[in-house]
Design a protein around this ligand. Structure first.
Ligand SMILES: [Zn+2]
Length: 458
């Protein structure tokens, strides 16, 4: 029978599926947006990708992607990402957020209801970027204001926001009371709280900040996901990993993530930046890659409060321990604007594959794929049923697939050139459409779909 049975066939690739443990040379047949068949060989397709010598894996799912626009989607796609979700910062107007991106994205996208943007609105903060610089950072909310905050977040959840996002470090005046109230509403909608914990990580206060949200999770029943553990914990991160592991062992639904870099990045005007001074010379102004001193730091903080600074602050052994841990998902925390920013946007996933899996050998390839695809899908799937069809290579799942050469794959982005694309990511398929073809991005296709939770009208 000489017939092209499938729209697209991926031939002779090493198919790896972290859910089943499948690791075998197979053909995959795709019809429309869906994986239709996985078998040993001989599939015929209208289009064929020869994946000989390549790994065929579920597309990477980034739970922490701040750059939610064409520029960032394209950069991340070249790193193997097929779904980019903004779950820490989140949004206030969920309907508008999704509408702005429909039919215009190379990869799948989604957002949480964000405590920060909602607090900025309710407290009338003059923020110019995404982080507060006035009352939303510095003033505790009245009872009425707390109920407005809770109502807006509830409204976002009714509209299908994926989770509830928090950056308590950036809203230090938010009381435990307020945080508890927002966890309560998250619990009512089965939404996970994605939290950048409060305060100064290096001290005992950092541990207390972690305990604050574990307590809120325990009391309210809301699931908790602690974002970028390595930068939130720094030298305390290993202790925090143990605390989260213990919490899991005692039955709490608590998870975490990290990125494979030693530097963080944030807006220079953010409330939390004050905690790190006076190590001015550690800071890099992202726009020009210049090293700051006190004078330049104060100038930019005064005149460009929403400009980005990069802060090398995470000890190398902490980065290693976090990336290699069995309980961390990989998430980029990326954000690029006009080609400037942190190299993690373009390089997070290939850096894990090239540096940690191949060069250091501290992480198995299957374990790395699990941390980059299946774990994020599983974290969200209770509230977001469509995630059950992502993060897996299996019949009936969405054809979100990355095909890479495991002997070559590596990151190439640097602080000087943060958008230099990864090497060895040869094909990326999003909902059955080839977006990266033989290493080249097709900018004319927009197969990315909105990822939304259950919408409720009550
Ligand atoms: Zn953060």
């Amino acid at each position: 029978m000489k017939k092209n049975n499938y729209d697209l066939v991926i031939k002779n690739g090493r198919v790896m599926n972290p859910e089943s443990g499948l690791d075998s040379v197979m053909d995959i047949g795709i019809n429309g947006r869906t994986i239709s068949i996985i078998q040993n060989n001989n599939l015929l397709g209208h289009k064929v990708i020869n994946a000989n010598g390549n790994v065929v894996a579920p597309g990477f799912i980034d739970m922490h992607a701040h750059g939610q626009d064409t520029e960032n989607y394209n950069i991340q796609c070249l790193d193997g990402v097929t779904t980019a979700l903004e779950l820490e910062g989140g949004a206030s107007d969920i309907e508008k957020w999704y509408k702005d991106r429909e039919n215009n994205a190379s990869i799948n996208f989604g957002v949480s209801a964000g405590h920060i943007p909602v607090r900025i609105e309710v407290m009338n903060d003059p923020s110019l970027g995404v982080l507060p610089i006035g009352d939303a950072a510095n003033k505790s909310a009245s009872e009425d204001e707390i109920s407005s905050i809770v109502n807006k977040i509830e409204n976002g959840l009714k509209l299908g926001a994926l989770a509830v996002g928090f950056g308590i470090a950036y809203t230090p005046a938010a009381t435990r009371d307020e945080i508890h109230a927002v966890f309560e509403v998250a619990a009512a909608y089965n939404a996970t709280c994605h939290v950048h914990i409060r305060g100064e990580a290096q001290t005992e206060v950092g541990i207390e900040a972690l305990e604050e949200v574990i307590t809120a999770s325990l009391i309210t029943g809301a699931s908790l996901h602690v974002v970028h553990l390595s930068s939130s914990g720094r030298k305390n991160a290993p202790v925090m990993l143990r605390i989260i592991e213990d919490a899991q062992l005692s039955g709490l639904d608590i998870t975490t993530e990290c990125y494979p870099y030693n530097a963080g990045m944030t807006e220079i005007g953010a409330a939390t930046v004050g905690n790190w001074r006076p190590e001015y010379s550690d800071f890099i102004w992202a726009d020009t890659v210049e090293q700051l001193n006190q004078e330049k730091f104060e100038y930019y903080q005064e005149n460009e409060p929403s400009g980005m600074i990069i802060m090398p602050m995470i000890p190398a052994d902490v980065v290693d321990e976090c990336v290699n841990s069995n309980i961390t998902a990989i998430a980029s925390d990326g954000y690029i604007k006009n080609g400037k920013g942190h190299p993690r946007t373009a390089g997070t996933y290939s850096k894990v594959l090239g540096h940690f899996v191949r060069e250091k050998g501290t992480l198995s390839l299957m374990n790395a794929l699990n941390k980059m695809s299946l774990m994020p899908a599983q974290r969200l799937e209770d509230r977001v049923p469509i995630m059950r069809n992502k993060g897996r290579i299996s019949v009936g799942c969405d054809a979100d697939i990355v095909i890479f050469d495991p002997n070559i794959v590596t990151d190439q982005s640097t602080y000087e050139n943060p958008i230099s694309p990864s090497k060895g990511i040869n094909y990326v398929i999003v909902n059955g459409t080839i977006v990266v073809n033989a290493g080249k991005l097709n900018t004319q296709v927009f197969p990315g779909s909105s990822i939304r939770g259950i919408i409720s009208n009550t």
